[in-house]
Design a protein around this ligand. Structure first.
Ligand SMILES: Cc1ncc(C[n+]2csc(CCOP(=O)(O)OP(=O)(O)O)c2C)c(N)n1
Ligand SMILES: [Mg+2]
Length: 597
């Protein structure tokens, strides 16, 4: 899963005298760290000075938030730690959003947060803020170096906990503690293997599956993070069970596999929803069953309320948290899948009798959904029809279908959180895990671009493509500087619809088109901006140009070139995000009556 065994030999062995900076850097070496994202700062300069000899590349970014997302993308594609570091105070507060995003993406990011000096803490000196409370709810573990002699121990623990608990760990270091003489031993990584779960609950799950007439597997992020897709495939094939992907984990199961139905959730696959709605037993494999990911969609309230649910998750706190379950298994998705296969192999399975009918339903539903997508050229609500009729630009859905068709093999795709990015969920299919890097449950605009930059650093041989709305692009395009400066070639596909579309959709549906703050007028030409920043920039007006442009941009990555494809699309908008959470406006005060529903 990682390269720690090789790197173990590179770090110094045995107890000896060193400086805390050396102890910190050597512990990074022991943990296999080769890349650190951040912005230079005096707070940790003594340690930074050692990076080149330690074999660690410092990737200098444009904004710390971008650096944090890069660490996240790096971790998500490699399964190894992503590491970011910055100046105490403002550099560190810039990490907040990216740390929260990594928390909900379950990424083992280590956020190194040098702090104001221990001798002036509390005096209101320069660049001072309490750095632990800020991150307390968005990290799995916080290490505070309370004594310089503990630098190596606490650094090692932060790295271990990030991996064990699958989420960000903070390492907070008073800046004066980098200096001095200490004596210590560099700790080696503590690898802890996860098991399949309790024997009794695995037996219960196997019994339920053996009796199931219409079992459906819901494949989650645990399969991706555990690099265990083959085990999920083996279990699905044994049961001949349709497989849905959990929301934004389209890469949990190979999309060309006949049992694959597509993703559930916002802008997901109708085939997946219709299949799971018929299940009498659902095996939720490596998923927390997050509430947003199973909301009704396309008018379908598909969650099978009568079905028996078996949930497998590595975090016991997620079991039965959101959906009632019949059996909860705290275990590794792959190990649990293998344990279930071992229990079920050779047994009489009730679902075998109905296999042909089930597979026929699966084929029919998938066929129907593909035909519907093929025919779904544009959005059909009156507002969308009106705005697109006035426009010569591309329909977003047509453009997304072309991107899908041109997607290079082994591509890594990150997606942002706008309307078009969300619609893309229907058009993103992958054959291998660690390929889709969506903004996940934190859902912050500005996630996709820096995340794909980090992913590229971890997998330079794979095409790296970010889908980004123009609003979110305005937040994140600064990292083009990083691509150019650090020679990290990626492709950004920017959807220029001249609006914060996802939010505008709420104005259309709930506020009678009273648009406030949603139009992005007077935008620059993003293609021209890209060129001015030293990247390629291409403005795409026609659907027929979309595929060739994507292929060319992906190929240009091999020559070290970053490309921004500015897609000129209409202002039409797909279904909204939060129909569940908005109400029509009620106004009691006379002054505001005109805005009542
Ligand atoms: C950091 C942040 N700010 C605000 C929001 C609220 N928000 C969600 S989607 C969205 C609009 C996105 O617009 P754009 O990126 O242009 O994509 P489009 O919806 O137009 O496709 C906004 C503002 C958010 N999710 N994250
Ligand atoms: Mg937009």
């Amino acid at each position: 899963m990682n390269t720690m065994t090789e790197s173990r030999n590179l770090a110094v062995q045995g107890r000896q005298k060193m400086t805390p900076s050396e102890a910190f850097v050597e512990t990074l070496v022991a943990q296999g760290v080769t890349d650190v994202f951040g912005i230079v700062g005096s707070a940790y300069m003594d340690a930074l000075d050692l990076f080149p000899q330690a074999g660690i590349r410092f990737i200098s970014v444009a904004h710390e938030q971008g650096g944090g997302h890069m660490a996240d993308g790096y971790a998500r594609v490699s399964g190894r730690h992503g590491v970011c570091i910055a100046q105490n105070g403002p550099g560190i507060t810039n990490f907040v959003t990216s740390t929260a995003a990594a928390f909900w993406a379950h990424s083992p990011v280590v956020v190194v947060t040098p702090e104001t000096g221990s001798m002036t803490l509390g005096l209101g000196g320069f660049q001072e803020t309490e750095q632990l409370p800020i991150f307390s709810k968005i990290t799995k573990y916080q290490a505070h170096v309370n004594n310089r002699a503990r630098m190596a121990e606490l650094t090692g623990r932060a790295f271990d906990r990030a991996m064990h608990e699958m989420g960000p760990a903070q390492l907070n270091i008073p800046r004066d503690f980098f200096y001095g003489d200490i004596e210590c031993e560099i700790p080696r990584p503590l690898a802890i293997e996860r098991g399949a779960g309790g024997e009794t609950s695995l037996d219960q799950a196997a019994a339920l599956l053996a009796q199931a007439q219409f079992p459906v597997i819901l494949a989650g992020g645990g399969i991706v993070m555990g690099d265990t897709q083959a085990d999920a495939v083996a279990l699905a094939e044994l049961l001949q069970a349709p497989v849905c992907a959990s929301y934004l984990h389209n890469d949990a199961f190979p999309s060309r596999h006949p049992l694959w139905c597509g993703p559930l959730g916002y802008q997901g696959s109708k085939a997946a929803m219709k299949l799971i709605a018929r299940a009498d037993v659902v095996l939720a494999l490596g998923t927390r069953l997050g509430p947003f990911g199973t909301l009704p969609q396309h008018g379908l309230d598909y969650w099978p309320k009568e079905a028996k649910i078996i949930q497998i998750d590595a975090d016991p706190r997620m079991l039965g948290l959101v959906k009632p379950i019949s059996v909860g298994i705290c275990g590794d998705a792959g190990a649990a899948a293998r344990a279930l296969v071992a229990r079920l192999k050779g047994k009489t399975l009730a679902c075998t009798a109905k296999r042909d009918a089930r597979l026929a339903t699966l084929r029919d539903e998938k066929g129907a959904w593909e035909s519907e997508l093929d025919a779904w050229m544009h959005e059909k609500d009156p507002w969308s029809v009106e705005v697109s009729a006035q426009s010569s630009h591309m329909h977003p859905r047509q453009m997304l279908r072309e991107l899908e068709r041109a997607m290079p093999d082994a591509a890594m795709v990150s997606t942002d959180i706008g309307n078009i990015c969300s619609v893309s969920n229907s058009y993103l299919r992958f054959e291998r895990p660690r390929s889709m890097f969506a903004a996940m449950s934190f859902g912050n605009c500005g996630y996709a671009f820096p995340t794909i930059v980090g992913a590229k650093v971890a997998a330079m041989d794979r095409p790296a493509i970010a889908y980004v709305g123009d609003g979110a692009w305005g937040m994140s395009f600064g990292e083009l500087q990083t691509c150019v400066r650090e020679a990290i070639p990626v492709t950004a596909v920017v959807f220029n619809n001249g609006q914060w579309g996802a939010e505008k959709k709420n104005h259309v549906d709930f506020y009678k088109n009273r648009f406030i703050g949603v139009n992005l007028d007077h935008q620059p030409s993003w293609a021209a901006v890209a060129k001015a920043m030293g990247a390629e920039g291409i403005r795409i007006e026609r659907v027929s140009d979309v595929g060739p442009a994507l292929r060319e941009a992906a190929a240009a990555q091999k020559d070290g070139r970053t490309t921004v494809l500015e897609m000129m699309v209409t202002r039409e908008l797909g279904d909204p995000f939060r129909r569940d959470a908005l109400s029509l406006p009620v106004r009691h005060l006379a002054k505001y009556k005109a805005t009542a529903a």
